[in-house]
Design a protein around this ligand. Structure first.
Ligand code: AHM
Ligand code: MG
Length: 333
């Protein structure tokens, strides 16, 4: 019989897990539950264009229900998909100021989930791609309940990281430290199907640089010089969506560099280390790319607070390294 060429996310994760005889299946369960949450969020995101018909956020819709903001909805969907499984000791979300405990009525496990439920949500109104980002660590604290120490781990200790981009298709991309795999949601059967096996960031292709150039007046001189350098290369196009997941996804598949530098208004940058920079840096490294804050590897930074911000330079290694050459003299990164 002809071998089937369709690989679902569930099959892929189980086959990967079989390579580790010591694995308990917990990790497969976590990915499966994240994928389920992603499908629910995807369906809701696809309805966002009907907002004028069905009711704006803060209003009551046709059915008499109050309409929730999509990022709050996404946050709740992920929490509720993960809270009862017995695999997590706690969670942390960009939407919550503190560590989110697992409700007492559920068992707790040995993993931690950090997530940005709906990144780039200002783009919802204009039908532009948005995303979800996640990061999984092993619990390091003693005791039954997870705590801040479990969340504030250096990025290189991530067990897995991934994102979902709600674009022209919905895609889930993840790594558990053995290659980066992309799955496209087939909405007709409700399954993520392997569409991008073993993603490697291309060396040379249609590469782009990606940055919000309107911040130029606030950049430091070294950043301005690096931008001039990129433009002078002549072989890079400029693209900026304003949704990190979508900008990163393009950079991963096509090559190039995404930057959100520090500037005079945001001396620590805008993006969050734990929910945005660190998981994407882990994926990028696994795909042969790199990520720094201008000087230091993002994956070596020890977080000191949950919502810590960090400048981000991520993408093709040569371009990220070159940014470092320009910025290394800048003592104020
Ligand atoms: P958010 O988490 O509030 O959505 O903000 C993060 C987003 C990223 O998706 C994107 O890269 C960046 O903010 C865009 O910022 P700006 O509008 O300043 O260019
Ligand atoms: Mg975000």
């Amino acid at each position: 019989m002809k071998e089937t060429s369709v690989v679902t996310l569930a099959r892929h994760v189980v086959e990967e897990e079989r390579k580790h005889p010591e694995a308990t299946g917990a990790f497969s369960d976590i990915i499966h539950d994240i994928a389920l949450a992603a499908k629910v969020i995807s369906r809701k995101v696809n309805m966002a264009g009907l907002v004028d018909i069905l009711g704006r956020t803060g209003e009551t819709n046709l059915h008499g229900d109050s309409v929730q903001k999509l990022d709050v909805f996404a946050d709740e969907v992920i929490f509720k998909a993960m809270d009862h499984t017995g695999h997590l000791c706690c969670m942390a979300s960009e939407e919550h100021p503190e560590v989110i405990p697992i409700p007492e009525r559920f068992p707790r496990g040995k993993y931690v989930l950090l997530y940005d439920p709906l990144d780039g949500s200002t783009n919802i109104d204009v039908n532009v791609s948005i995303g979800t980002i996640f990061s999984i660590h092993r619990k390091v604290s003693d005791g039954d309940h997870g705590c801040l120490d479990d969340c504030l781990q250096v990025g290189s200790r991530q067990l897995a990281a991934g994102y979902v981009v709600y674009g022209s298709s919905t895609m889930l991309v993840y790594t558990s430290g053995a290659g980066v795999y992309g799955f496209t949601l087939d909405p007709s059967i409700g399954e993520f199907l392997l569409s991008h096996p073993n993603i490697r960031i291309p060396e040379e292709a249609s590469r782009t640089y990606s940055i919000n150039e309107s911040n130029h007046p606030r950049w430091r001189p070294a950043q301005k010089r690096y931008m001039d350098h990129l433009k002078a290369q002549g072989d890079l196009s400029s693209r900026y969506i304003g949704s990190l997941v979508a900008d990163f996804h393009r950079t991963l598949l096509k090559g190039g560099i995404f930057m959100y530098p520090a500037d005079s208004k945001s001396p620590k940058g805008k993006l969050r280390l734990l929910y945005e920079a660190s998981p994407l840096a882990f994926i990028c490294r696994e795909a042969g790319g790199a990520a720094t804050d201008g000087r230091r590897n993002i994956l070596d930074l020890k977080p000191t607070e949950l919502h810590q911000k960090v400048p981000l330079y991520i993408g093709s290694k040569d371009l990220v390294d070159k940014a470092g050459d320009f910025l290394s003299g800048d003592s104020e990164i």
